[in-house]
Design a protein around this ligand. Structure first.
Ligand code: FES
Length: 165
């Protein structure tokens, strides 16, 4: 279940007050929220402003300055295709094509329903099992294009089933 505005506010406030470092700043508070929720909802901007005695504009200023913050919820399932040297030699580009085909994407990005995010990674640390992908934090090695496509289509179907269930 996606948290509602009140829950987001509570989760953000908890992340902000739980910071253990001696100096708590707008930036450290935003990082704490991002770490907890995976993104910065507007409720968290308000909570950070309140806690650090800053204005909402100031907090937005800091948040929008750093390109790594995201302001919408992350996809439910992050798919990372390794593009490093070992994987490249073992056919990473065909794995990437298969993943894009299965997810209906033309490159890195997110599916329209927010279920899947696709990214390319420079090394997933399992070069001996190349070509490798990480699917929802689980490493999948020695992939073939057919296996990749099948796996992602199955996951996609399962996600659609959840959406209608
Ligand atoms: S190059 Fe792909 S896991 Fe290292």
């Amino acid at each position: 279940m996606t948290p509602d505005a009140n829950e987001l506010r509570t989760i953000a406030a908890q992340a902000i007050v739980s910071q253990s470092q001696p100096t708590v700043t707008v930036l450290s508070s935003l990082l704490a929220v991002e770490e907890e929720l995976g993104y910065i909802p507007k409720e968290a901007i308000e909570a950070v402003a309140e806690f650090t005695h800053s204005t909402i504009n100031d907090v937005w200023g800091v948040a929008s300055f750093y390109p790594n913050f995201r302001f919408s919820p992350p996809s439910r399932c992050q798919v990372e295709i390794c593009w490093g040297t070992s994987c490249h030699i073992m056919g990473a580009s065909r794995i990437a094509q298969a993943a894009m085909r299965a997810l209906g994407l033309e490159g890195e990005g997110e599916t329209g329903d927010g279920e899947f995010g696709l990214r390319f990674n420079t090394c997933l640390g399992a070069c001996a099992q190349a070509p490798v992908a990480s699917v929802g934090h689980a490493l999948k090695g020695r992939l073939t294009p057919a296996r990749t496509e099948q796996m992602l289509r199955d996951l996609s179907r399962a996600a659609q089933g959840r959406g209608h269930g």
